[in-house]
Design a protein around this ligand. Structure first.
Ligand code: SAH
Length: 369
């Protein structure tokens, strides 16, 4: 039993079962034992791989996306380029390299990184030093000073806590975590019905509510409306709400039991994009998308970028570029579903209402040249 498991057990025995939301928040963010406080997480030697770690093209295209959005904003003299949960700093490093083609944008930006993990902050510092751009770290969004800002979040919303409700005895009860007679954590349900949930359900249906994600999107929407800027959210998720839960734990690139060794595995839940869109609209902002990651990257020109890289690459590297392209944006048959980012990842942008659709969201067939 690890220290966090012992702590959770004591907490539950003392004050009763805890919600899935609280469990997720503690397993990921406990100040001493939380996963994101202690683990290296992202990358080949971490627990999972993300798009920026697959290819430099991802961060480069997002950097160029930010330049275009800044122009649509009227090219303000100062703009904050904010990344939420920057992991190893790879996306931002690739983006900053790519935006050298737009010196006016580079002169206007100040980079802000929102990151709770101290080990990852060190990695970010190492990845970004030498860029000649001022970088400021924050523990939360609230710490970022006011002003127009472009927010980038890749695989960040999926780390925010969800609540689960189980339909039982004619109503929804909150799913909770208790301690069984052998001292093990297990899933149960609360005794009381939640009268505030209007959704219909069949017995044993599970309803997953992304409370953390919706709260954050509301905050971002208000900020964009009042101060200007845009949000780009990219995540594993669904556009139409479905019944069922998606809480999953990953360790060393394998799925494990979410209640096993809390704090040692990455816990995520798929992002409900319709709930994110509702939160942003509720804040008075405009929503673009969601579109699939494949369509988004194709419209931003990933196929052209890959061809250019391939022309410059040694023959041995060409296959690697092509396979990265397929993983990020390909539509090929026979993909491993779990790694088929092109289709399963969605991209959503949030802007002020009087804003043209940002690049990647305009109607029309994606350019797959
Ligand atoms: N965007 C990166 C990393 C994704 S992993 C990539 O695509 O590779 C999630 C990131 O969010 C990590 O950097 C993690 O430390 C950070 N994170 C998770 N929860 C957070 C929170 N509540 N506040 C700030 N950062 C958080």
């Amino acid at each position: 039993m690890n220290p966090l498991e012992t702590l959770l057990q004591e907490m539950i025995l003392e004050s009763g079962p805890i919600s899935v939301e609280r469990y997720m928040a503690l397993a990921l963010g406990h100040p001493v034992y939380g996963y994101y406080r202690t683990q290296a997480a992202v990358g080949a030697e971490g627990d999972f791989i993300t798009a920026p770690e697959i290819s430099q093209m991802f961060g480069e295209l997002i950097g160029l996306w930010a330049v275009e959005v800044w122009r649509l904003m009227g090219a303000p003299k100062e703009v904050k380029l904010v990344e939420l949960g920057p992991g190893r700093g790879t996306l931002m490093a690739d983006a900053l390299r790519a935006v050298k083609v737009a010196p006016d944008f580079r002169d206007a930006i100040e980079v802000h990184l929102v990151e709770i993990s101290l080990p990852l902050r060190e990695k970010q510092r190492a990845a970004l030093e030498g860029q000649g751009i001022r970088i400021v770290w924050h523990a939360s969004l609230d710490e970022i000073p006011p002003g127009p800002a472009i927010f980038i979040a890749n695989e960040f919303f999926d780390a925010l806590p969800v609540r689960h409700y189980v339909h039982r005895d004619g109503g929804w009860r909150e799913r909770q975590i208790g301690v069984d007679e052998n001292g093990r954590l297990f899933f149960g349900v609360s005794g009381a019905h939640e009268s505030a949930i209007a959704a219909k359900g069949e017995p044993e249906d599970i309803l997953e509510v992304g409370v953390g994600a919706a709260r954050l999107m509301t905050q971002l929407g208000v900020r964009v409306v009042t101060q200007g800027g845009a949000v780009l959210a990219i995540d594993y998720g669904y556009s139409e709400p479905a019944r069922g839960e998606t809480l999953q734990a990953m360790r060393a690139h394998k799925f494990v039991d979410p209640l096993e060794s809390p704090g040692e595995a990455d816990l995520t839940a798929h992002v409900n994009f319709s709930a994110l869109a509702r939160a942003a609209r509720g804040a008075g902002a405009a929503v673009h998308g969601p579109v699939t990651q494949g369509d988004f990257l194709a419209r931003l020109g990933i196929f052209e970028r890959a061809s250019a890289l391939e022309r410059a690459a040694a023959p041995a590297q060409r296959a690697a570029i092509n396979s990265a392209l397929e993983r990020l944006a390909g539509e090929g048959e026979g993909f491993d579903r779990a790694t088929d980012m092109a289709r399963l990842f969605k991209v959503l942008a949030v802007t002020r209402r009087e804003f043209d659709p940002p690049p990647g969201f305009a109607e029309g067939a994606p350019n797959e040249g």
